[in-house]
Design a protein around this ligand. Structure first.
Ligand code: SF4
Ligand code: SF4
Length: 382
């Protein structure tokens, strides 16, 4: 018998509170009704940086608020916590997240806990079938959540092409494990590490904020792009396939992260194994959506695809004029390839693996992405 994966969608054109709340409810209903709610519900958001919601780097607070209301309506006595792991670089800056990401109202209006994911420390979990990361340390909060709802933001990603539900759970990790996952410089291995983490605690349900997504140089420095949907599914891969299709990927499984997940039997292996509720496939693609520059790899002839990661390289490029010498890029680099002084910064190209974590975490965009010659040629001919 054939397996079908259900995805619920609801159109939503902006973040007006009442409209979002209704759309979240409809999307959850259409996705099959949502998870079984236990006494403690953890909502894992995407709070990548302490920046304003309009920049579309983080899950919009209206989506979180709509989901909290949905949970409270369905199980009024449950304890709800909204959380993410900004500990990577921003430890001690949680008040800034509360202020800038617009999440303080969740405490004031709904009495939820809004805390960093690492607040109660980490614990080691065994992940049967792990491919890259043998021992994974995940937050105690994640391990002990009665119900875990993954609430991601729909964005491009300079390394993995897209970031949605599968990638959002990579935020469980503590800093050393995250750095370990990036160190190889191999996209295939990074994808497997991301999936290992997802499998360490599979969310009970997934909700994707694709109302206004991000195109281009995501997940931090792309441009907001209206997409107009809220997506919900029990299966993260199925939701991500729908998101990728919206972003203009006629074959979402050409994205390495999604094809790796399909190979590991984490969900559908082709688009026709997904049943949409609330939309038709043909109405989903956002016209002219600008994909991540790493999508250029698919312009490499098929026999050379295995080498695509090496042939089409996107390297970090430092702009001294835009730099505020905060040191975030040096702190985040898994290879210690960046030497940051008080007024100077140097990248050791002999050890850099091009993971672009420095670009992702740079607050000003001074650490930009420079395509190599082949990538530039492909960009010009696209
Ligand atoms: S310099 Fe940047 S791209 Fe290179 S390894 Fe370090 S973080 Fe990754
Ligand atoms: S390049 Fe960006 S992250 Fe690095 S020191 Fe300058 S402003 Fe900070």
């Amino acid at each position: 018998m054939r397996n079908f994966f259900r995805v619920g969608l609801c159109p939503c054109r902006n973040y007006e509170e009442g409209a979002v709340e209704e759309a979240v409810k409809i999307a959850m209903d259409r996705s099959g009704g949502g998870p079984l709610l236990q006494d403690n519900v953890l909502i894992k958001a995407n709070l990548l940086a302490p920046v304003r919601p309009e920049l579309c780097v983080t899950t919009h607070p209206s989506i979180l608020e709509g989901l909290v209301r949905w949970v409270k309506t369905n199980k009024p006595e449950t304890k709800v916590t909204v959380s993410d792991s900004p500990g990577y670089l921003f430890s001690g800056q949680w008040p800034l997240f509360m202020e800038n990401c617009g999440i303080r109202s969740l405490v004031e209006k709904h009495s939820c806990k809004v805390i960093p994911l690492n607040e109660e420390g980490f614990q080691e979990v065994s992940t049967p079938g792990s491919v890259m990361l043998e021992d994974i340390r995940i937050p105690v909060k994640v391990a002990e959540a009665g119900t875990l709802i993954n609430v991601a933001k729909c964005k491009t990603h300079v390394e993995t092409e897209i970031t949605a539900c599968l990638k959002n759970t990579f935020g469980y990790l503590d800093t050393p494990t995250r750095k370990r996952a990036h160190r190889s410089g191999s996209l295939r291995q990074l994808c497997d590490a991301i999936l290992d983490v997802h499998l360490s605690r599979v969310p009970d349900w997934n909700l994707l904020d694709a109302v206004i997504g991000m195109e281009g140089y995501g997940p931090s420095h792309g441009k907001p792009r209206p997409m107009g949907w809220i997506i919900a599914s029990e299966n993260a891969l199925a939701a991500d396939v729908v998101a990728a299709f919206m972003m203009g990927y006629a074959d979402p499984f050409s994205i390495p992260l999604l094809s790796s997940a399909a190979r590991r039997a984490m969900g559908p292996t082709q688009r026709n194994e997904i049943e949409l509720f609330g939309a038709k496939w043909e109405e989903l693609p956002v016209p002219g959506f600008r994909k991540s520059p790493s999508a250029l790899r698919r312009f490499i002839p098929t026999p050379l695809r295995g080498m695509a990661h090496t042939l089409v390289r996107l390297a970090p490029s430092w702009d001294a004029d835009a730099c505020i010498f905060c040191g975030a890029c040096a702190a985040v680099c898994p290879l210690k390839a960046i030497h940051a002084g008080r007024k100077v910064l140097a990248i050791d190209r002999t050890i850099c693996v091009g993971c672009l974590c420095c670009h992702e975490m740079c607050p000003t965009g001074a650490m930009a992405v420079k395509p190599n010659l082949l990538a530039r040629l492909l960009l010009n001919n696209k």
